[in-house]
Design a binder for this molecule. Sequence first.
Ligand code: PMP
Length: 438
Amino acid sequence: MQTTRSAELFERAQQVIPGGVNSPVRAFQSVGGTPRFIQRASGPHLYDADGNDYIDLVCSWGPMLLGHAHPSVLSAVGKVVVDGTSFGAPTEAEVELAEAIIERTPVEEVRLVSSGTEATMSVLRLARGVTGRDKIVKFAGCYHGHVDSLLVAAGSGAATLGLPGSPGVTAATTADTLVCEYNDRDAVRQLFAEYGDQIACVITEAAAGNMGVVPPGVDAADGTNFNEFLRDICHANGALFISDEVMTGFRVSPAGQFGIDGVRPDLMTFGKVMGGGFPAAAFGGSRELMQRLAPAGDVYQAGTLSGNPVAVAAGLTTLRLATDDVYAHIGETSARLREEVAKALSVFGVPHVIQNAGSLFSVFFTPDDTVTAVPDYATAKTQRTDRFAAFFHAMLDAGVYLPPSAYEGWFLSSTHDDAALARIVDALPRAAAAAARV
Ligand code: PMP
């Protein structure tokens, strides 16, 4: 596979952009090699600057639920863009997008923003404003964007690069952030026992997807799922339960992880799919809580491009086209792919655990066969990332673009058809063999 043009562009990029990329995980840092510079994309395909064609299992890290360059999304964008691209004044379409989000989720009001980071940052401010408390609880390996106070034991790029915090985040900023292992109920109980009346909220990924996919665990004794436990302990202590559905929302089911476990959070964050590939995100909750936001209430929050008409058109069209059939297709494709990956890895004796939340899944290259489940970040970190890197590059060479990190989920779209799946499946044996050789 020829990659000279990507290599040239990467060289040039590194002169003007830190690390050559505008978001860390794109840099192939944890798997090595040259990141591919993408020229265009269509359906399940990515085409790089050298003309190579890949089946894309990243889908822009989630947004492209309908595949790339979906004709209806393009047409909706084309139609609105000629009428002006930003007004700094309200529009009918943003009301429609808010209504579409409310229709699918338990929130009663939403505020649109431009990125998932903004959504989580804003929702923390609202939770603190409403409760009058300062402390927040987050989980190791959960990533909620690069919000200062949440850049503590974060997942995603931070997990991959082994940066459990970041220079530039002050001790004062994180002093009110309490961290414990995901799915560890005793640790949460302990935090509440110690700080109960100071905790404004618990923020969690609805199903963790930034340390690999780690769904909320179910308690063997009482059958409750982790989200349910969190909601109950929050409410028993006057704290708010915040579910971050930026990654899972409108992807793992029509109503996100809420559609799977039915646990109603006090506040929720959304992004990715609801922006249809444009910068749009949102947060929402009960009318009572959301009415505390300016200008209705006293908690300040704002954005020049919030509810941007082009992003809203793309998001609204995507949600309208994300029918039950779409989710059924993606769910089925995901199940088939998980089975094929497991088969290939087993044939070559590569220890692994595959976990999913709806159609979102990831493959953990576990150190040995004694690890049969990955409930938390501590376990996720025992992965053989060297094996993943070998697997990743063999897949890439065969024209399959996996997330370039062992800590990321694999994303599918409605355009991943039998032909796309066949190409992935064909590539698996060599990739599994490559992983086995490490
Ligand atoms: N929350 C979650 C769960 C995410 O996965 C992400 C991004 N991967 C974010 C928040 C941040 O979103 P953004 O990158 O749009 O700021």
